[in-house]
Design a protein. Structure first.
Length: 293
């Protein structure tokens, strides 16, 4: 999911959220459960359920080396990031040494602080443009979020959308089911702290986490100015961030002219398993346009 780079509107508006929740319930009904896919020995992709306020969470990938663990993206809700951390601790005693933010959108990095709290020697990696955008946008996002959720809750409790439209009886029923989750999310965001990346790169960063090589690359602009991907050459696994989203790409912040070339660059990598920024794991380079079939 994307946020605009305009600081005043970088959170998905909660009016849009309510509409989105209602409109997409059927589209995403079969994917709104946490799903873990074992990609290779010690490599796992986690698809998250939606957060309590209805926002989507980017996928998280966990790569376990003999010494350390490398994590790709920390998702939207810190509570879900903590769930992932508990799962990682079940998989290995090795600490998470590296967390990559693939881009600046907060559905991929709100959980940064949860990782740093759990693993104090953690390095949080990002392409330098991603760090700049996060520093610009995230503090305001975090400050505004609890207030926006509180206003949304107040409107919904009065039987209206945040924009003032009266809810239908069906919508009121859905809203009643949403409210406890929204209140939980409001409480969670009240305590959230911005944690920026701590290790920046420009084009490429290769890291050995113990008998496992992790290549981090910036292949050009696409979804955002600083998109980063991860490639595991031995395992032929590519973790694409939101340069690739299945089934629907988001393009609101994108650089469309550059994006095609960046995807061409990505296609040069010899990958047999591809983890998109959202959606299920792919096993070839044919984009699954299932809604056209
Ligand atoms: Zn996303």
């Amino acid at each position: 999911m994307t946020r605009t780079r305009d600081g005043a509107s970088c959170q998905l508006s909660f009016l849009a959220l309510v509409i989105w929740l209602i409109a997409t319930t059927s589209l995403f009904a079969n994917t709104n459960e946490r799903q873990v896919t074992n990609l290779a020995e010690g490599v796992y992709a986690i698809q998250h359920k939606s957060s309590n306020d209805g926002n989507v969470n980017g996928n998280t990938t966990v790569i376990i080396g003999d010494r350390e663990v490398f994590v790709v993206d920390s998702c939207y809700s810190p509570s879900l990031a903590r769930e992932d951390i508990a799962q990682i601790r079940q998989w290995t005693n090795n600490p998470v040494g590296y967390l990559l933010n693939t881009h600046f959108h907060n559905d991929h990095n709100n959980g940064n602080r949860a990782y740093l709290d759990a693993f104090p020697s953690l390095a949080i990696i990002a392409q330098e443009e991603t760090k700049k955008d996060m520093d610009l946008i995230q503090p305001g996002n975090i400050e505004r979020a609890p207030k926006q959720i509180a206003e949304t809750i107040a409107a919904l409790k009065q039987g209206k959308t945040p924009g003032g439209r009266t809810l239908t009886e069906d919508e009121k029923k859905q809203v009643r089911e949403m409210l406890p989750g929204l209140e939980q999310q409001e409480a969670e965001f009240k305590t959230m702290v911005y944690q920026p990346p701590t290790l920046m790169f420009v084009d490429q960063l290769d890291i050995d986490i113990g008998n496992r090589e992790v290549q981090v690359k910036h292949l050009g602009r696409g979804n955002t100015p600083g998109d980063a991907i991860v490639y595991l050459p031995k395992e032929k696994i590519l973790i694409a961030g939101d340069l690739l989203v299945s089934p629907i790409p988001y393009t609101f912040d994108g650089y469309r002219a550059d994006w095609a070339q960046t995807l061409q660059n990505m296609a040069q990598l010899d990958a047999t398993t591809i983890v998109p920024g959202h959606g299920p794991v792919l096993h070839d380079k044919a984009y699954p346009i299932w809604w056209l079939t």
